[in-house]
Design a protein around this ligand. Structure first.
Ligand code: ARG
Length: 513
């Protein structure tokens, strides 16, 4: 039933929203009573321009970033054998595909922007949705940027430090910070620049992967299969079921971004068909690429050598590419720079949207008056990302990231099950077999719990407390809408300083990650 919305600024009846464009939903549109985002009567409708190919490109382009050049080490450390680490890489791909299929169902019944945020809100209410926004902004998105920036630093440094000697940590972090600052500058300056950077650097990562895969093939044909023969490659595999949790964390980092299409379902042409198709084609494609790259690594180095390498793709190139070896650090540095740029772009937007919904301080929802970029949100996010660089290294940041991310991916899949139960009557253009969300849910429970059992670290407790700490802000500022009197002055101060203004007209750019 289409209900009237009680938006803060006057009331209006919401017209039936198209059901992800698949079919007009008419009266079955699931709408709740509070005026939030998309389809909210402002008449802004995004055009359906993203076809199947661009959809696949978006998924593939987001997923491939830093992980495939850095994570193999983390996966191998935990699994202790080449065979098992390849199995983990494969399973990560399967899990990502299944997760994305669940998101496809959610994305076509709830077409509001904000992906997880919107789905959690429908299934579990405001508090959980707010906690998600809080954790996303404070931890998930910011650590993503930090992780990718560290990978960038690692590869730039590796170009100058020949061999496999240990690389200066401080230098890596300084470079990472410089990259973040540069990226924020670009993103604040112009949306056009940010997208141009994105397109240019996307080519770099494909180049890097293709080189690795081709060289790997050649080496395979030449018979470099010492570490890959099935009979021996599983020898010594770790038997600790819980240690695999961390291995999955590292692998799944490389696959993160599988939910990317959900941020733009409204712009997809024939989402009913193209959303699942893009997922079914895109994610297995990445899985195959990742497996081939991993196999290629092992044609050129032993597991021990991989564990000792600071930058596996550079070690690979040094051994196989001869005079062209310099190409690899450059390509990977470009790839990671592009990925950090895209993630920053999205992260800034998320903060901006949450602030617009009244879930963050107002200043963060403002846009630069001349440049039309969410300036305060971008600066705020990168500030946190840089703070994260100080104590963090790649692996521990990835573990934090994955812990927080899978807590909410699992929650979102649970939302799918809850909505099936609560609203069996809803029209579902895409309805996945119920087994898929159940498997993903079980997997995410395992993913969240296994690392804690394996190595009970205080960090996880802190992370969990941090999530709950969101409530301290929620109760007074969101639920009771309390605005401290001094807040107004602070907002005005920053408005003048940053030259930003509130906006209901500038629609944010779509995700270009
Ligand atoms: N999978 C990417 C990588 O390996 C990270 C993606 C970060 N997530 C995102 N939604 N941009 O670098």
């Amino acid at each position: 039933e289409v209900r009237e919305r009680e938006g803060k600024k006057g009331e209006y009846t919401v017209e039936p929203v198209e059901n992800g464009g698949a079919e007009p939903l008419g009266k079955k549109v699931p709408l709740d009573g509070d005026g939030v985002s998309v389809g909210d009567g402002k008449g802004v409708k995004l055009k359906r321009q993203v076809g199947l190919i661009s959809g696949i490109a978006l998924i593939v382009g987001t997923m491939i970033g830093s992980g495939i050049f850095v994570s193999p080490k983390g996966v191998l450390t935990q699994t202790d054998s080449v065979g098992m680490s390849l199995v983990v890489w494969l399973l990560c791909g399967v899990l990502a595909t299944m997760g994305a299929l669940c998101y496809a169902e959610l994305g076509t019944i709830i077409t509001k922007s904000g992906a997880e945020y919107a789905y959690l809100k429908y299934a579990f209410g405001d508090v959980i949705a707010f906690l998600f926004a809080w954790v996303s902004i404070a931890v998930i998105k910011t650590s993503s940027v930090a992780i990718i920036a560290i990978s960038f630093g690692t590869y730039v440094v590796s170009a100058f430090f020949e061999g496999e000697c240990s690389q200066p940590d401080v230098l890596i972090k300084v470079l990472a910070a410089v990259a973040i600052i540069l990226i924020v500058f670009i993103n604040c300056a112009s949306v056009k620049w940010a997208t141009a950077v994105q397109n240019f650097f996307t080519a770099a990562k494909l180049l890097a992967l293709v080189i690795i895969i081709i060289v790997g093939f050649v080496k395979l044909i030449q018979g470099d299969v010492r570490y890959l023969t099935p009979s021996t490659s599983f020898q010594g595999s770790s038997t600790n079921v819980f240690a695999y949790g961390i291995a999955f964390y590292q692998g799944l980092w490389a696959y993160d971004g599988w939910n990317q299409l959900n941020y733009i379902t409204e712009e997809l042409v024939k989402p009913h068909r193209n959303l699942p198709l893009a997922i079914i084609i895109g994610i297995p494609l990445v899985t195959v690429l990742y497996l081939l790259v991993n196999i290629a690594y092992f044609t050129a180095m032993s597991p021990d050598e991989l564990l000792q390498s600071g930058a596996v793709a550079v070690t690979f190139a040094n051994r196989t590419l001869g005079v062209m070896a310099w190409l690899m650090p450059v390509a990977v540095a470009f790839s990671t720079f592009g990925a950090a740029n895209g993630t920053c772009f999205t992260a800034g937007r998320l903060t901006f949207v949450a602030a617009r919904e009244g879930h963050m301080v107002e200043i963060l929802s403002m846009v630069h008056v001349k440049r039309y970029t969410p300036f305060p949100a971008l600066v705020f996010q990168s500030f946190i990302a840089i703070l994260m660089l100080l104590p963090g290294d790649f692996e521990s940041l990835v573990n934090y990231f994955s812990f927080a991310a899978w807590l909410f991916y699992g929650g979102t899949v649970a939302a799918l099950l809850v909505l099936r139960y609560k609203h069996p009557e809803w029209h579902r253009p895409i309805k996945v077999p119920i087994l898929i969300p159940i498997i993903v849910l079980i997997a995410s429970v395992y993913l969240v719990i296994a690392p804690i059992i394996d190595e009970p670290a205080l960090e996880y407790l802190f992370a969990f407390l941090f999530i709950l700490a969101g409530l301290i802000f929620y109760v007074p500022f969101v639920h009771y809408k309390y605005v401290p009197p001094f807040m107004k002055h602070i907002t005005v101060f920053f408005q003048l300083l940053l030259e930003v203004a509130p906006t209901s007209y500038f629609e944010p750019e779509e995700d270009e990650d």
